[in-house]
Design a protein around this ligand. Structure first.
Ligand SMILES: NC(=O)c1ccc[n+]([C@@H]2O[C@H](COP(=O)([O-])OP(=O)(O)OC[C@H]3O[C@@H](n4cnc5c(N)ncnc54)[C@H](OP(=O)(O)O)[C@@H]3O)[C@@H](O)[C@H]2O)c1
Length: 433
């Protein structure tokens, strides 16, 4: 492709981890990006809170905006990159202002797209601008492009992802070091791997934002946080990690979006994944996504889900696409055609389950347990009983054959009512991905 004479002029809002990464790539790969995009990508203006902070990159030749929204109005800015974060506030104001002016908008902000994706996509399409957010899901992995473009020939049936590096890092260390959740979290915070307020990550909200976006691209539904059932990893105990391993599984926090008869199910939960499955091999801060589609079958994507280089790599790839003039609707189909996601009741979920019970160590207990399962029509696939449990009694661990969540919940209620059951049962879903 011949390089055009006119450069694409860029304004970047947010000069933290990702913003600085973008500045570095634009400086390091000017010629490469110009050759690939067909136009030079020229950074002209930036915005952050603290003008005087040394960010380790040379910003002296760039215009500075105290208010990031001012970037959109500048005549010398063609494309705005938003790397501030947050679903509302300056990020949303900047997105609206940029797109209203018919300028393209690139962001790494999953919260913004999960909450306002349809509105912003509608605006972008009305104004003939591009709205790009490759970095918003799974950092450096090009999963947005894969769903929107590479798999465009397919009807997608399911998307399963390990989408939060902090959670996967915590689960990995719990398994490798046999430590409880709280201890690993505290250490992860000490070394800067988890935020001081980790709830967005460990309670599954970050994964939910990303799942909402993936669901939208995969199934043509509008991003919808309202219908997403979310469970995090706070309740995962080392004993469940050990039993899962004994049964041939590993516990992972998954974002799940799948086509069911009644509609699209979107959920976040920790699940048992077979040890031989690709997602079970993903350790530490790495992210991965598995997509099932009708003609191509299963495809697997893995890589760094966060960090300066990988995230900035995805942002700059979006800028190259903008320079190339790659258009097409934001979510793969026109924003006006995105379907409203229907709420699928969690009880409709069909699958297999892991249940751990702490029970009295006496005759007759197994008969009570199997009777409770039988009354709800739930059949056992495997059953383990092991020596003394912490706190007294013994653990009974079982996995079920395929059933629905309503039956499992009813069974758990029956278990809780049994005299021999010493604490609330633990239930985890099994995902054969
Ligand atoms: N970090 C990652 O690995 C990663 C991965 C994927 C996606 N993302 C997404 O990328 C975005 C940026 O993340 P980050 O980690 O780079 O964040 P960060 O390090 O906290 O940086 C945020 C930047 O925004 C600036 N900022 C905050 N409020 C502002 C305001 N009102 N006006 C102007 N500037 C403002 C800050 O300015 P000061 O520096 O002056 O305080 C800072 O430069 C977020 O949406 C995040 O979810 C991050």
């Amino acid at each position: 492709m011949k390089e055009k004479d006119k450069p694409i002029k860029i304004g970047v809002a947010g000069l933290g981890t990702v913003g600085v990464g973008v500045v570095k790539i634009l400086a390091a790969h000017g010629d490469l990006l110009a050759a690939r995009g067909g136009a030079r990508l020229e950074l002209v203006a930036v915005s952050a809170r603290d003008r005087n902070r040394d960010r380790g990159v040379d910003l002296s030749a760039l215009a500075w905006c105290d208010n990031p929204v001012d970037l959109a109005a500048r005549d010398d800015v063609d494309v705005v990159v938003e790397l501030i974060g947050g679903s509302d506030g300056p990020a949303l104001a900047l997105a609206r202002e940029t797109l209203k002016r018919g300028k393209s908008f690139v962001t790494a902000n999953k919260a913004l797209i999960a909450h306002h994706g349809k509105e912003l996509a509608t605006l972008a399409e009305e104004k003939g601008a591009s709205l790009r957010f490759e970095a918003a899901v799974a950092g450096g992995i090009p999963i947005i492009k894969s769903l929107r473009e590479g798999l465009a020939a397919n009807a997608i049936t399911g998307v399963h992802g390990i989408l939060n590096g902090t959670c996967n890092y915590i689960l990995t260390r719990m398994e490798r070091e046999g430590l409880p959740f709280g201890e690993v979290l505290a250490d992860a915070q000490r070394i800067g791997y988890a935020e001081a307020d980790p709830s967005f990550d460990i309670d599954g909200i970050d994964t939910a934002h990303k799942t909402a976006i993936l669901a939208s691209l995969a199934f043509g539904t509008e991003p919808d946080m309202g219908n997403l059932a979310i469970e995090g990893i706070r309740t995962i105990a080392p004993v469940d990690i050990d039993y899962a391993a004994e049964l041939g599984f590993r516990i992972k926090l998954l974002g799940v979006a799948r086509q069911m008869e009644a509609g699209v199910e979107t959920r976040v939960y920790p699940a048992l994944v077979p040890l031989a499955a690709p997602l079970a091999q993903v350790m530490g801060g790495t992210n991965a996504v598995v997509v099932h589609a009708d003609f191509v079958g299963r495809t697997v994507y893995e890589g760094a889900g966060a960090g300066e280089g990988p995230t900035a790599s995805a942002v700059v790839a979006d800028l190259v696409d903008v320079a190339r003039g790659c258009g097409g609707p934001t979510f793969g189909i026109p924003a006006g055609s995105l379907k409203t996601a229907k709420a699928i009741p969690a009880d409709a979920h069909e699958g297999t389950y892991y249940i751990r019970l702490r029970v009295e160590d006496r005759p007759g207990v197994m008969a009570d347990i199997t009777a409770a399962l039988g009354r709800e029509g739930v059949s056992i696939q495997s059953l383990l009983q092991r020596g003394q449990a912490a706190g007294g009694g013994v653990y009974v661990v079982l996995t079920t054959h395929k059933t629905n969540e309503a039956a499992i919940k009813a069974t758990l209620k029956r278990f809780t009512g049994l005299d021999c059951v010493l604490e609330s049962p633990t239930m985890l879903r099994i995902e054969e991905v």
